[in-house]
Design a binder for this molecule. Structure first.
Ligand code: ADP
Ligand code: MG
Length: 140
């Protein structure tokens, strides 16, 4: 499996509870390297655009409100099989269904405020990384 990159976002519920360092530790312990990182407060338009794929879903408007409710930390993670590895470290979308020891099982508040985002395919990862970062900001 080749070295690849994925887009991660530490969500507002986690930044509010000062969990950035603890979550980053999970990534690094799993062999993922944080090769770009920035803290930002998304605008409504930015959150709508990032989650456009979900715009027909019933939770879309709530999700956009939540994602703009406080700062997020956007990051690029690099490593072997990074997309899938990050999904494993995060755990299932619903923390009640997430495996023990995953970020969402240990930190998420509920299915919406679930502490972390991770790209779900390498194609989406490339697109999501481009949404937040330019090449000069990513240092492998
Ligand atoms: P994931 O983040 O695990 O890839 P999805 O892409 O399906 O999950 O959903 C994107 C985000 O939308 C989730 O991380 C969560 O914040 C929110 N979400 C998903 N399903 C629900 C739901 N049933 N109710 C409320 N929010 C949801
Ligand atoms: Mg998703």
């Amino acid at each position: 499996m080749a070295v690849e990159r994925t887009l991660s976002i530490i969500k507002p519920d986690a930044t509010r509870r000062n969990l950035t360092g603890k979550i980053n530790q999970r990534f690094e312990d799993a062999g993922l390297r944080i090769v770009a990182q920035k803290r930002l407060h998304l605008t409504t338009a930015q959150a709508q655009a990032f989650y456009a794929v979900h715009k027909e879903r019933p939770f879309y408007n709530d999700l956009v409100s939540f994602m703009t409710s406080g700062p997020v930390v956007a990051q690029v993670l690099e490593g072997e099989n990074a997309v899938e590895k990050n999904r494993e470290v995060m755990g299932a979308t619903d923390p009640a269904k997430a495996d023990k020891g995953t970020i969402r099982a240990d930190f998420a508040e509920n299915i919406e405020a679930n502490s972390a985002h991770g790209s779900d395919s390498s194609e989406n990862a490339a697109q999501e990384i481009r949404f937040f970062f330019s090449d000069i900001e990513i240092v492998g």
